[in-house]
Design a protein around this ligand. Structure first.
Ligand SMILES: Cc1cc2nc3c(=O)[nH]c(=O)nc-3n(C[C@H](O)[C@H](O)[C@H](O)COP(=O)(O)O)c2cc1C
Length: 426
């Protein structure tokens, strides 16, 4: 590829143990024919030497805001303009805090403020630092502003602890960067309009991946009839699913909501399909999924239904009666199996071992993302607030307790970002 056509990645390294992985990332990007420049914080230089990064990137490494060698002495502006994409890897808790608050006290933070290039972060830190409410709030703020966070992953950490905080592996980050440009190229190639319009369309796709997408959501409980007047159901109110439908609509998506029986008003601009039983929901979901881009299953579907439904009201006679139950179809599994290219998001409402059960469900049902929330003990079902853990194959994010409407907006932002990185776009 000619030098002029090469994509230009600015890799910024902040101070964390995971900096050693970034050497491998730069090597991989060079191998893939990207033009790579590296800037490093003062702390980063304690973890890996600029000389190593210079040798791997083939370019001098930038460490100082005040750079007399830069043309016009403004190295930060030159780098900010040069980059097609900025990836901060590892992103320390410190740099996340600085970016969230617009602090520009070193080269990386200043050039990030001065750049229009898409900004991506690969956070890496001790799990308690990652869980700290300050870091959580900074991560959410950055995500809301369209900055993309990748990871961190869960696992054993350099500090000897285990949990969410590991930086994604170099191969995973290289793959994310490749896909980012593949998405741009695809959008360019598919558009016959002139270049100026092309550019603005690209921005739109990257900044709002849900625009005009078909989002299918299930919500509420199901009712499994025992006889014409009685049923088995659960405490789901549908509030979370309805709030997600509104949040997806507000992001420009066309939303279809398959709803079990709830006491909520249909959100404006959302197509609501009312169902009662798990069987009906299953049938509607498979039918609607054909034209969907994203499927979000928030409904609390009854796992079991009475094996037989009495045609007449069951009379009170015997002291004890036995109700035989049979398993309902698994809507989420069936949809994700039948439509493997669909971006699928599951919800896991658990009374115990929240993360473990959610991770199992993510893998077992081959989902792209799972939102886990604790239920029971006045949590989750039929409440106006909720707290959730969002888990995907390479990362995890906790969203603290808040109103379901606010939570839905945050969840949809994350769905939207993960969807944009979904392989189907490549
Ligand atoms: C041995 C050691 C390891 C560290 N690892 C991390 C880390 O993985 N993530 C993190 O956010 N901070 C880590 N820190 C703390 C940061 O280096 C520190 O907050 C520093 O100010 C970050 O500066 P920077 O964001 O400008 O690079 C570590 C510190 C030490 C001494």
């Amino acid at each position: 590829m000619s030098e002029a056509n090469k994509k230009r990645i600015l890799i910024a390294i902040s101070g964390g143990i995971a900096a050693y992985k970034t050497a491998e990332l730069v090597r991989k990007l060079k191998k893939d024919d990207f033009e790579v420049r590296v800037c490093m914080s003062r702390a980063a230089c304690e973890f890996i030497t600029p000389l190593t990064m210079q040798a791997l990137s083939g370019n001098p490494v930038h460490t100082d805001l005040l750079d007399p060698t830069a043309e016009a002495g403004m190295g930060h502006i030159e780098l900010a303009r040069w980059a097609d994409m900025i990836m901060i890897a590892p992103a320390s808790a410190n740099i996340m805090a600085k970016l969230a608050h617009g602090i520009a006290d070193d080269l990386t933070t200043t050039l990030c403020l001065a750049s229009e290039a898409p900004l991506h972060l690969a956070p890496a830190m001790n799990r308690i630092m990652w869980q700290n409410p300050a870091t959580r709030a900074n991560a959410e703020l950055l995500a809301e502003r369209g900055i993309t966070l990748h990871g961190p992953a869960s696992g054993e950490q350099a500090c000897g602890e285990s949990g969410a905080g590991r930086m994604l592996e170099a191969a995973e980050l290289a793959d994310i960067i490749r896909r980012q440009f593949a998405t741009n190229n695809r959008n360019n190639n598919n558009d016959d309009d002139d270049d100026d319009e092309n550019d603005s369309d690209d921005d739109k796709v990257l900044s709002n991946p849900l625009e005009n997408k078909q989002v299918l959501i299930t919500a509420g409980p199901t009712r499994e009839a025992i006889d014409p007047v009685r049923f088995i159901s659960n405490r789901s109110s549908g509030k979370m699913g309805y709030a997600l439908a509104e949040a997806a609509r507000d992001l420009g998506a066309h939303v279809t909501l398959i709803s079990g029986p709830v006491a909520l008003e249909a959100p404006q601009g959302v197509t609501v399909l009312a169902v009662e039983s798990a069987q009906e929901m299953h049938q509607k979901a498979l039918q609607q999924a054909q034209s969907a881009d994203i499927f979000i299953a928030t409904a609390a579907v009854s796992d079991y239904a009475p094996k037989q439904q009495a045609t007449q009201k069951i009379k009170k006679q015997a002291q004890e009666i036995t109700l035989e139950l049979t398993q309902n179809p698994d809507i989420l599994s069936d949809v994700s199996r039948q439509y493997p290219s669909l971006f699928t998001v599951g919800f896991a409402a658990e009374t115990e071992k929240l993360i473990k059960h959610a991770e199992d469900k993510l893998k077992r049902k081959k989902l792209d993302m799972i939102v886990a929330n604790p239920v029971g003990d006045n949590q989750g079902f039929d409440q106006d607030t909720n707290q959730v853990e969002i888990i995907w194959d390479q990362g995890q994010l906790s969203l603290p307790e808040q109103a379901k409407s606010a939570l839905a907006k945050e969840i949809m932002q994350i769905v939207s970002q993960r969807f944009a990185n979904h392989p189907i776009l490549v």
